[in-house]
Design a protein around this ligand. Sequence first.
Ligand code: MTE
Length: 309
Amino acid sequence: MAGRWKNDLNWSDVTPEAAYLSRRSLMRGAGALAMATAASPALASLGAAPSAYSTDAEPNTWEEITSYNNFYEFGTGKEDPAQNAGQLTTDPWAVTIDGLVDKPGAYDFADIMSGVALEERIYRLRCVEAWSMVVPWVGFELADLLIRAGVQPGAKYIAFETLYRPEEMPGQRFPILEWPYVEGLRLDEAMHPLTILATGLYDRPMPNQNGAPLRLVVPWKYGFKSIKSIVRITATAEEPPTSWNRSAPHEYGFYANVNPTVDHPRWSQATERRIGGGLFSRRQETLMFNGYGDAVASLYDGMDLAQKF
Ligand code: MTE
C-alpha cells in the first residue's frame, strides 16, 4: 500500500495499451472538455464483479435506498432528492482532476470509466443522524483513479467538490450550506482499498438522488463524507475545508469516523436505526469505524479520536 501513491505509476501502467492509446487522443483534447460520449445510464446491467470487501449483511431494498436520501442540493427532506433530482443533467459530465497531480485535466466521465474494473461493494452506510442502511454499490477504488492521475509526493489530502448548478439543483438557491458541497480525505484514507467512487447500485447506473454519475463512498465514516455528483478532485498539501465542518465546526469534524463513544453534541451515537427495519425493530449498536476497524483502525494509531472527531 505505502508505495502505491508514490509517483511511480502512470495512467498507462494500469490500463491495457489499446485503451491507453485511445484515451490519449481524448486526453490531448482534455482542455476541450466533455464531448459527451459518456456511458449512457441505460438500465443494462453494469456487470460488476463481487468483492471480498462486501459485508454479508442483508442489503436494503432499491426502493429504500433511492427514496430516503440526504442530498441538500435537492432539498432537506428525505424524500426531496427522489422528487427533485430527476431534472439533473448527468450526461455530459466531466471531472476536473487538478492540484498536485502529474496529469491534471478535465476528464470526460467515459474516459474515467474506460479501463476501470467495476466491482460490487456491499457496504454499511451510517449517517451522522443515527440511521443506517446496507447498500450494494457498484464502483471502483478511488486509488485506481489517483494512480492514473499521478499524485505527486507533496500531496497530503484529496479534496472533492460537487456540481454547482442552481438551475437544476433547487436547494442551491438557498443558503442551507455554503455551495458547492465540498469534502476531503487524508491521502492515506483516499488510497485505502475500501474507499470507492461509486457509479451505480444494485448493478444499475447510479440514480440521480444517490449522487449520479459519480460519488464517493467511505464506509467507515459518517455518510456526509461520501460526497455526491463529483466534478472536481484536487490533490493538495493542506487539509481542505469540508461543508459540514464549515457549517457547524463543533458538531462535525474533518475526520468524521463512525465512533459510538463520541456523541454528537445533540444526540447519542451509540446506537442506530436501520432503515427498513420496521417501526418496532430494536435499534442496533453502532460499531467503531462502522465495523471496518480491522481494515482501518491502524490509519489512526496514536490519534485522539475524541479530539480529531
Ligand atoms: N453530497 C452532497 N453533495 N450533498 C449532500 O447533501 N449528503 C451526505 C452524503 N453526500 C450529501 C452528500 C449525507 S449527510 C449522507 S448520509 C449521504 O450522502 C447519503 O447518501 P444516500 O442518499 O445515497 O444514502
